[in-house]
Design a protein around this ligand. Structure first.
Ligand code: CAA
Length: 256
């Protein structure tokens, strides 16, 4: 069985759907390996300009597969080298939009936080309940969460295994947009389509500079931004875009 289903709903957009509904899309080692493979493949595919990542209405992903972890120790955890799986998502060159319905818990919430944009259905539930299992997040669940929502909301969620609704997560800054009913995936595809119609090199630079700039001081980040902004003046698509604006044409971009 494919644990990650792949679809291409609109031009230049790939849709990845986690496919372990019977386990609430828990992230088994096999599923993680499939995700790594797909992200590496799509990151390198020039025809793909944005990626939507989703689960089903019950669960985006209910976290690491507890059944595969109950009998293992630290050495086995290290040997699994899960970092290579997360790195494939973290270093993906294409914008990633998570469409979250149902539970995004533990590694599932961490997976959502690997995305660049998070669209949540109104019934989505976010949480890092690892403490209840006697463990803690190991793929950004403390660090990305605190950067998204601040110390006090992050501590409350992490130390009590509490959850946030979609609206609470939006108010806290963990979610980009909340969508009524079952419309999260359609909205995420629509956002991905909008991004895919933009000049790809500009999209690539904006994503890279925003993420890299978050890790360094403001002066260095502003220099990085300036250099990337100047660099884009060398692209064919920049000329196409500005000329189309002046001539009132609809441009198409080659990614060069
Ligand atoms: N791992 C393995 N199996 C899981 C799972 C998980 N994280 N989450 C759900 N399942 C399985 C259940 O065991 C159950 O299987 P069976 O039918 O064989 O009993 C099936 O999925 C359906 O689950 P529920 O009956 O519990 O479904 P529900 O809708 O009533 O509840 C839920 C859903 C609230 C997500 C609940 O299943 C739950 O609390 N899951 C665990 C969430 C969790 O603790 N996540 C953190 C894991 S640790 C982690 O993620 C950190 C890390 O990387 C190391």
């Amino acid at each position: 069985m494919n644990l990650v289903l792949v679809d291409y709903p609109v031009e230049h957009v790939a849709l990845l759907r986690l496919n372990r509904p019977e386990a609430r899309n828990a992230l088994s080692p096999e599923l993680r390996a499939e995700l790594r493979h797909e992200f590496n493949r799509l990151s390198d595919d020039p025809s793909i300009r944005a990626i939507v990542l989703t689960g089903d209405m019950k669960a985006f992903a209910a976290g690491a597969d507890i059944k595969s972890m109950v009998d293992i120790g630290a050495a086995e955890m290290m040997a699994r080298n899960d970092e290579q799986n997360w790195a494939a998502i973290r270093t993906c060159r294409k914008p990633v939009i998570a469409a979250v319905d149902g539970y995004a818990l533990g590694g599932g919430c961490e997976l959502a936080m690997h995305a660049d944009i998070i669209v949540a259905g109104e019934a989505a539930v976010f949480g890092q309940p690892e403490v209840r299992l006697g463990i803690m997040p190991g793929a950004g669940g403390t660090q990305r969460l605190v950067r998204a929502v601040g110390k006090y909301r992050a501590m409350l969620m992490l130390l009590t295994a509490g959850t946030m609704s979609a609206r609470e997560a939006f108010d806290a800054g963990l979610v980009s947009k909340v969508v009524d009913g079952d419309g999260a995936v359609a909205e995420a595809i629509s956002i991905a389509g909008t991004i895919a119609a933009m000049p790809p090199l500009a999209v690539d630079e904006i994503k890279q500079v925003l993420l890299a700039g978050m890790e360094i001081n403001l002066d260095a980040a502003l220099m990085l931004e300036r250099r990337a902004a100047y660099l884009l003046f060398e692209t064919e698509d920049r000329r196409t875009a500005m000329t189309a604006f002046i001539n009132k044409n609809k441009p198409t971009y080659s990614g060069s």
